[in-house]
Design a protein around this ligand. Structure first.
Ligand code: KMH
Ligand code: ZN
Length: 274
């Protein structure tokens, strides 16, 4: 089997310093945490940024500052969020896609459908999905397709038919968001089985499901995303002191299952990044 690509979702848009003191907020904190995640075995970060007071933001300026701090310290790949936070406009969400040169993202997310997101709605109407897909295609930034539900695979295949994304593509199965598809092994097997030939996938399971589903994905030949965006705890009642501790757990899971960890260079090849 191929090496495992571990992605660290180290910031997110929803969690707060009240929930965990280990949430990185400033560019420097993000840079340090990204370096720690790389040292723990991650090949890529999934990046959101925050205003100094912790509010979620998709500001290109804030992304540029964080990306500079990450790249000053480590060679980890950078996948920027185009999901942002619930309620943001398409233009806001696409803020980081304008970055170029040394701040150009390696990859960006693309959610291909609307979904309940706790008591909120993460709105992704079809025209908005196409707008973001067009911008990604025009900028030649490879998407990670975020699937919170099975229909989002079908919508991605429709986008491919319309010429808005290339196959094979890379998918992230987001499991266990309240109101969306639950984290069950059957769901993961179904989703992975729906992908066309040569597509790659990772799993992002929420809360206590994070590490068990990383283990299952590794056994199934997939990849794993872990970090504070999805889960705050290393074990019941024990806060992770940053996403790097969760990456270190995945590294152990991969080693125990005989799969090496992908370097950023290997991840670039496996995920077909430009
Ligand atoms: N914060 C969620 C509403 C992404 O980054 O692309 C959306 C999200 C997905 O986190
Ligand atoms: Zn995200």
């Amino acid at each position: 089997m191929d090496p495992v690509v571990v992605t660290a979702c180290l910031v997110g848009a929803e969690i707060t310093r009240e929930q965990t003191p280990y949430l990185p907020i400033s560019a420097e904190e993000i840079g340090r945490e990204a370096e720690a995640c790389r040292n723990a075995g991650a090949a890529m970060i999934h990046l959101h940024v925050r205003e100094p007071d912790g509010r979620p933001s998709q500001s290109a300026t804030l992304f540029a500052a964080a990306i500079r701090e990450v790249r000053r310290r480590t060679d980890i790949l950078i996948q920027v969020s185009t999901g942002g936070a619930v309620g943001m406009t398409a233009d806001e969400r696409c803020g980081p896609l304008s970055l170029d040169g040394p701040e150009r993202p390696d990859m960006a997310t693309l959610t291909t459908g609307t979904v309940n997101f706790g008591d909120d709605v993460f709105l992704n109407p079809r025209p908005l999905v196409r707008e973001i897909a067009r911008r990604l295609r025009d900028r030649r930034i490879v998407p990670e397709i975020e699937c919170f539900d099975a229909a989002m695979i079908d919508e991605a295949l429709a986008l491919a038919k319309e010429g808005l994304l290339d196959l094979p593509a890379h998918f992230d199965f987001v499991l266990g968001v309240p109101g969306a598809l639950a984290a069950t092994p059957e769901a993961l097997r179904f989703l992975a089985g729906r992908l066309p030939e040569a597509c790659t996938w990772t799993v992002a399971a929420m809360g206590r499901h994070e590490l068990p589903f990383a283990a299952l994905a590794i056994e199934m030949g997939g990849n794993a995303r872990v970090g504070l965006e999805d889960n705050l705890y290393l074990a019941k009642g024990r806060l992770a002191k940053g996403s790097h501790e969760l990456c270190a757990e995945v590294a152990k899971l991969a080693t125990a299952r005989g799969r090496p960890l992908a370097t950023p260079g290997e991840a670039r090849r496996l995920l077909r990044l430009h």
